[in-house]
Design a protein around this ligand. Structure first.
Ligand code: MN
Length: 195
C-alpha cells in the first residue's frame, strides 16, 4: 500500500457554512477525497511511483493512478484555500497587482473565472495559475487534470464536479460559484504565488 494520507482540513467542518455545508464537507472530504487516497494507495505498489510526489505522479502517470493522484492534488489545493473568516475580500500585494495587470481589475477577473466555471462542460475544475514568467492565466481542466501538467503553477481552483455543490445548490452551479468568493483565504493564494 502507498503512503498518502487524507489531508486534515484547516477549519472545522461547519466553518464554511452557509456557503459549503457541514454535510457537503462530510461527503466531499470524508467520502470522495478519502476514496481517492485509498484508491491511489492500493494502486501504487509495483507501479514505479511508490516514492514519487503527487506532482510527479500527475505529470508522468496514466490511467487510474493519474486520475486518483490528480483528484488528491486538486482537492488538497481546493480545501486548503478556504476559511470561514476571510481576512480580506480581495487579493492585495503582488497577487492583487498581477490580477489587475493581467485581467484589468479584480472584478473582471472574478467574472472571467466564474464564466469559465459555469461553462465547463461536465466534470472538471477551473483554475487560476501563474506561467513561468509570472503571467496569470485562467484554464478549464476536465476530470482530474491539473495545470502542473502544462508547466503552470496552480493558485486558486473551483471544483465544478456536481459532488462539490449538489447537496447545497442542486443544479445551480453559477450560484455556488458566486458564493465561493466569500470564503477564499487570499493569504493562502498569495503564498502559493510567492512559493
Ligand atoms: Mn471534488
Amino acid at each position: 500500500m502507498g503512503n498518502f494520507k487524507l489531508m486534515t482540513l484547516p477549519y472545522e467542518p461547519e466553518a464554511l457554512e452557509p456557503v459549503i455545508s457541514r454535510e457537503t464537507i462530510g461527503f466531499h472530504h470524508g467520502k470522495h477525497l478519502s476514496a481517492y487516497v485509498n484508491n491511489l494507495n492500493a494502486l501504487l505498489p509495483g507501479s514505479g511511483f511508490e516514492e514519487a510526489s503527487l506532482e510527479e505522479i500527475v505529470c508522468k502517470a496514466t490511467g487510474g493512478i493519474l486520475n486518483n493522484a490528480g483528484q488528491i492534488l486538486n482537492h488538497e489545493l481546493y480545501f486548503g484555500q478556504f476559511t470561514g473568516r476571510p481576512a480580506k475580500a480581495a487579493p492585495t500585494g503582488k497577487l492583487g497587482e498581477a490580477i489587475a495587470r493581467d485581467f484589468g481589475s479584480f472584478e473582471a477577473f472574478r467574472e472571467a473565472f466564474q464564466k469559465a466555471g459555469t461553462t465547463l462542460f461536465g466534470s472538471g475544475w477551473v483554475w487560476l495559475s501563474a506561467d513561468k514568467d509570472g503571467k496569470l492565466v485562467i484554464t478549464q481542466e476536465p476530470n482530474a487534470a491539473n495545470p502542473v501538467q502544462k508547466g503552470l503553477r496552480p493558485l486558486l481552483t473551483f471544483d465544478v464536479w456536481e459532488h462539490a455543490y449538489y447537496l447545497d445548490f442542486q443544479n445551480r452551479r453559477p450560484d455556488h460559484l458566486a458564493a465561493l468568493w466569500q470564503i477564499i483565504d487570499w493569504e493562502v493564494i498569495e503564498s502559493r504565488l510567492s512559493k
